[in-house]
Ligand binder design. Structure first.
Ligand code: BV8
Ligand code: ZN
Length: 252
């Protein structure tokens, strides 16, 4: 069972300062303080629904095969929300951590691009990116930032074919290579942070388990206990935007 703390103690700080290889897995919770809805809204509250349908149905391989225009309307709605949000102190702290450690890997389940907007340079996006589209005809990908969409579906810049969101939907495989690189980082980490995720979606949620098995110390950052708390050495109970910057504070 993990030690539950509500702030960064001197002992936790020295574990952080001594770490040689750090990996971080983030989920929707790290964007919550930017005003982006999470999928499960915290606690065991209902999963996020839109037009009466749950995210697991709206973001699914099944629905994009049967109703791609509805899936684009759902992503257009979410893109519309993201045009007015900024990264928060939690995102910015992780961008600073990247500069502090010789071996640092940031893995995110989020598709909101906020880590990159906060200055993180090397981000492994397990589930793709809401601002990128992929052509169904020639498979080329391109930035599609207009919000709202001018055309549904957007047309490929190369061949004018119909495009889909370049996002991994439920029931779809992750992009080649990304998960393998994330697993390598988890396997060599001596310190692994699990931040803002309910850890129910696989294969992402398997990364802290790999890290633990290979000897990493696991620190969870979340206002509530989760499915992964049982393998955490420490659960920092609280908000990422308040807790992550504490690791960067100069200590007297
Ligand atoms: C795969 C992009 C192999 C889209 C996402 C039955 C049918 C079909 C599939 C499955 C099935 N059963 C299991 C599966 C596999 C499935 C899965 O795991 N399903 C779950 C629901 C059980 N996985 C897949 O399908 C994956 N692919 O398995 O491929 C395969 C292929 C074909 C056939 C068979 C096998 C692909 C999964 C990727 C799906 N795409 N995102 C989109 O964004 O719309 S997943 C999406 O949901 C997110 O990316 C993320 O991964 C997940 C949401 O989880 P969280 O990020 O954790 O968010 P959540 O709201 O749950 O939690 C937020 C947390 O933050 C909370 O704990 C809260 O307390 C905390 N918090 C709140 N505020 C703060 C905070 N923390 C810190 N600070 C705060 N301020
Ligand atoms: Zn094309």
């Amino acid at each position: 069972m993990s030690t539950v703390l509500t702030h960064v103690t001197d002992e936790l700080q020295s574990i952080f300062d001594r770490a040689r290889s750090v990996a971080v897995l983030t989920g929707a919770g790290i964007s919550a303080e930017s005003g982006v809805p999470t999928f499960r809204g915290g606690g065991d509250s209902e999963i996020w629904t839109w037009r009466g349908r749950p995210v697991t149905e709206l973001s699914s391989a099944e629905l994009i095969a049967t109703d791609p225009q509805l899936v684009w309307e759902w992503f257009d709605y979410r893109r519309g929300m993201l045009t007015s949000v900024e990264p928060n102190a939690g995102h910015r702290a992780l961008a600073e951590w990247e500069r502090r450690f010789e071996d640092f890997t940031l893995v995110t389940q989020n598709i909101d691009d906020l880590h990159r907007a906060a200055g993180s340079l090397n981000v492994l996006e397990l589930h793709g990116n809401i601002w990128r589209a992929r052509c169904l005809r020639c498979a080329s990908t391109f930035e599609a930032r207009e919000s709202p969409l001018e055309e549904n579906p957007p047309r490929c810049l190369a061949c004018n074919g119909p495009a889909r969101p370049d996002v991994v939907l439920f029931g779809e495989l992750l992009p080649d290579g990304v998960f393998e690189r994330a697993e390598e980082a988890a396997a060599r980490a001596d310190l692994f942070f699990v931040i803002g995720t309910s850890a129910v979606v696989y294969p992402a949620a398997g990364l802290p388990i790999t890290a633990k098995r290979r000897g990493a110390r696991i620190i969870e950052v979340n206002p509530e206990m989760t499915d992964i708390s049982f393998i955490a050495d420490v659960t920092l109970l609280g908000k990422a935007g308040e807790l992550l910057p504490q690791f960067l504070k100069e200590r007297g």
